[in-house]
Design a protein around this ligand. Structure first.
Ligand SMILES: [Zn+2]
Length: 281
């Protein structure tokens, strides 16, 4: 393949997958602002109107760590951004990549096919989905869209600093922190571009985990941040299908633009089964 056609081929979307869901907090939760709040020592992240926000970057970070935890069970690799700890060579480990720069340069000089081979070899299965310094992410997570802002009430709680040695409250070291009350729902959207069967198996396993319940944000060891996914809707577009392609290119409403892919559990169960079979053979 010529350099130009290789390049164009890599730019062209072949398929996309989209999942819409509601992320429901079952307990109080906090995603910290890293600053003092208006009424407490540790504020939560809010928009200019004081409404708590759930950034796509927080969702994506949590999704990544869920996938890292699940990857071994699927027979997939996860570098954990630390080659020394995981034993999986991956360009996402900055230290490892700085040592591998010569071989990367070498592969680049031998043309796009050789570079592609290098990138595939030195990208773990988790980074294939979430991106690395040498490879664009295939997954996108939207910011959460608050379903009912009137219920997203911020409360202030008391905390104490625990002395690590005596395991008792350190005298005089009291602080308070903001949380958002339980029951808040956010609409979230995930989009996968040209997912491979492995990408889909990994993402699907994470969806099952989140639908069953997981944690997000700060102070989860104190029982904060329990959430689950609800109302999961799966859609896709296959650009090799002229009907789906035309609909996607000429429609605004997501419900009509994206073609249904049936029940999400059915769909991803099959991908996970296939992944397990292919890894065990
Ligand atoms: Zn990696």
């Amino acid at each position: 393949m010529s350099t130009a056609s290789h390049f164009v081929n890599n730019l062209r979307f072949r398929s996309k997958l989209r999942v819409d869901a509601e992320l429901v907090f079952d307990t109080a939760w906090r995603i910290g602002s890293g600053r003092e709040g208006p009424t407490s020592d540790l504020g939560v992240l809010v928009d200019p109107f004081g409404v708590p926000i759930l950034p796509g970057s927080s969702i994506k970070g949590k999704l990544r760590s869920t996938c890292e935890a699940l990857a071994p069970a699927l027979g997939l690799t996860a570098c954990l951004l630390n080659v020394a700890a995981s034993g999986r060579e991956c360009a996402s480990d900055v230290k490892w990549f700085s040592r591998a720069r010569e071989s990367h340069k070498d592969a680049t000089s031998r043309g796009p096919a050789s570079l592609q081979e290098w990138v595939d070899k030195y990208t773990c299965d988790v980074c294939k989905l979430f991106g690395s310094p040498v490879r664009a992410a295939k997954i996108r997570c939207s910011d959460g869209k608050l379903v009912d802002p009137s219920v997203a009430i911020i409360q202030v709680r008391d905390g104490v600093v625990i002395d690590r040695d005596s395991h008792t409250a350190a005298e005089g070291l009291k602080y308070d922190f903001e949380t958002v009350v339980a029951g808040v729902r956010y609409k979230v959207t995930f989009e996968l571009e040209d997912p491979t069967p492995r990408d889909e198996a990994l993402f699907g396993a994470a969806l099952f985990e989140w639908a069953a319940g997981s944690t997000l944000g700060g102070f989860t060891s104190r029982g904060l941040g329990r959430f689950h996914l609800d109302d999961i809707d799966l859609r896709g577009v296959d650009f090799a299908n002229p009907e789906e392609q035309r609909r996607y290119l000429t429609t605004v409403d997501p419900e009509k633009r994206w073609s249904p892919r049936g029940d999400w559990q059915e769909y991803f169960r099959q991908k996970i089964e296939e992944c397990l079979l292919s890894r065990s053979s």
